[in-house]
Design a binder for this molecule. Structure first.
Ligand code: ADE
Ligand code: ZN
Length: 334
């Protein structure tokens, strides 16, 4: 049995496996510029974040109908459940779909078709987090928040993703203020490729409650001290960091040093179809390569529930934490 965990950094569009991409392409009459799934997998060699994003946005062309989004999310939830995920806070990128003529309602209602039955079908509770693309304009982000207004009962929070460098958090001050006024929770990618200053800005200007990635905080001891003192959760994605070359190899990943420093770290999969593994695979990889002991793995699992947006259901959070505390580790991981 896998270790119970919450997944807090997961782009639903990044769960599009090659097989489903071709199935949806056939269903929707879309031609992909790859001969087959093997040829597509061959393209999964990334230099950096941008080279991944180019393919990530290209493949979204196959997502057209509510049922496509429902099938995508249901496939993710089944995989996540098999790897011990009990609660998933799921990012989606509406601007990438609106730009292709796919309406906000198609995306949200489609995802909801799967999320609404996730507890019954997979035993996974869920939340939805709508991300703004930071390489698009602040005006576009504001228009996206407006377009989401009819669906806010389905959306727990907002996030910020896509190409980081050159797009500092301050660009999105106004839309984060508007989101906060609407009662939405706030997170943002910061310190993946961008400098530690972006992490500070995300906290001070955008008022984020969690930092997605946050890896580069380790370059600034005063920032680390602050993140520890304020108990700011970081949603780390170790296999993603290797594939996008934020670290040279997994053995070089700063996760053990971050835990030793007292940071509230969590382990997540980011875009599992592209980066070689789902949540449990990430736990297995850090257990094996970074030699994390059972206490550390249990701490990571506890952190995932402590950092999750379950304030509206503390009873559930307590139940999940009790499952982690009662977990007995075996040889097979995660
Ligand atoms: N969109 C999907 N995955 C992302 C990542 N790792 N960083 C920024 N934007 C993303
Ligand atoms: Zn991400």
């Amino acid at each position: 049995m896998p270790l119970p965990k919450a997944e807090l950094h997961l782009h639903i569009e990044g769960t599009l496996e090659p097989e489903l991409a071709f199935e949806l392409a056939a269903r929707n009459g879309v031609t992909l510029p790859y001969a087959d799934t093997d040829a597509l997998r061959e393209a999964y060699r990334f230099e950096d974040l941008q080279s991944f994003l180019d393919l990530y946005y290209e493949l979204m062309a196959v997502l057209r109908t509510e049922q496509d989004f429902a099938d995508l999310a249901d496939a993710y939830l089944a995989r996540a459940a098999a790897q011990g995920v009990r609660h998933a806070e799921i990012f989606f990128d509406p601007q990438a779909h609106l730009a292709r003529g796919v309406a906000m309602g198609t995306v949200v209602e489609g995802l909801w078709r799967a999320l609404g039955s996730s507890e019954a079908r997979h035993g996974v509770s869920t939340r939805l987090i709508m991300c703004f693309l930071r390489d698009e304009s602040a005006e576009s982000a504001l228009a996206t928040l407006q377009a989401a207004r009819p669906y806010l009962d389905r959306i727990t929070g907002v996030g910020l993703d896509s190409a980081e460098v050159g797009h500092p958090p301050v660009k999105f001050r106004e839309v984060y203020e508007a989101a906060a006024a609407l009662g939405l929770r706030r997170v943002a990618h910061a310190g993946e490729e961008g400098p530690p200053e972006y992490i500070t800005e995300a906290l001070d200007v955008l008022g984020v409650e969690r930092v997605d990635h946050g890896l580069r905080c380790m370059e600034d001891p005063a920032l680390v001290e602050r993140l520890v003192r304020e108990r700011v959760p970081l949603t780390l994605c170790p296999l993603s960091n290797v594939r996008l070359r934020a670290v040279d190899t997994l053995a070089d990943h700063p996760l053990p040093a971050m835990l030793d420093a007292g940071l509230l770290c969590t382990v997540n999969s980011d875009d599992p179809a592209y980066f070689g593994g789902y949540a449990g695979d990430n736990f297995a990889a850090v257990r094996e390569t970074l030699h994390l002991g059972e206490d550390r793995l249990r701490e990571l699992a506890r952190n995932s529930f402590l950092a999750s947006f379950l304030e509206d259901d503390e009873e559930r959070r307590a139940r999940y934490l009790a499952e982690v505390d009662a977990y007995e580790f075996g040889d097979a991981v995660s």
